[in-house]
Design a protein around this ligand. Structure first.
Ligand code: FES
Ligand code: FES
Length: 166
């Protein structure tokens, strides 16, 4: 007998990996990935500011690319590998200390989005220059005006990655 993957309300069984852990979930069709991660799974580091794809605060990494989780439907994430800001502490990523050392936050609400965008950049290019960082972070918005500090934080994390001190 073929098991139904979708019930009559449109809920669907979806398997995905989040922070290297496999999840088998029943997902309602209207849930965004941000709702799933933050509201349903309790990974509250991923923030929502605009819920319109305009601010970058909800950024997570999916299959190696930074994406806006408020713009992705969770039901469409079958088989995806997702990384949230919580994972950076687990793996001891240098961005964690670099953000603290450079005071690259005020209220902190936008910070996880900046950090995950920066993580995706450093995964591809561990030695970015200032222009690379500005280009990567251009979609992230900070109401507290912390922009210059992000450059220093990402440069510092890059130096540590290049030095092999992950
Ligand atoms: S909350 Fe997703 S882009 Fe603003
Ligand atoms: S630190 Fe407050 S919005 Fe960026």
């Amino acid at each position: 007998m073929i098991q139904k993957q979708q019930d009559d309300g449109g809920n669907k069984k979806v398997t995905m990996k989040i922070n290297n852990q496999e999840y088998n979930l029943v997902i309602e069709p209207h849930w965004t990935l941000r709702e799933l991660i933050h509201d349903k799974l309790g990974l509250t580091g991923t923030k929502e500011m605009c819920d319109k794809g305009a601010c970058g605060s909800c950024t997570v990494i999916m299959d190696g690319r930074p994406i806006l989780s408020c713009m992705a439907l969770a039901i469409e994430c079958e088989g995806r590998e997702i990384e949230t800001v919580e994972n950076l502490e687990v793996v001891g990523h240098p961005l964690v200390d670099a953000y603290a050392n450079n005071h690259a936050m005020q209220c902190g609400y936008c910070t996880p989005g900046f950090v995950m965008t920066a993580k995706a950049l450093l995964d591809k290019n561990p030695n970015p220059d200032e222009e690379d960082i500005k280009d990567a972070l251009e979609g992230n918005i900070c109401r507290c005006g912390t922009y210059p500090a992000h450059i220093g934080a990402v440069l510092e994390a890059g130096r540590k990655l290049e030095g092999g001190k992950k």
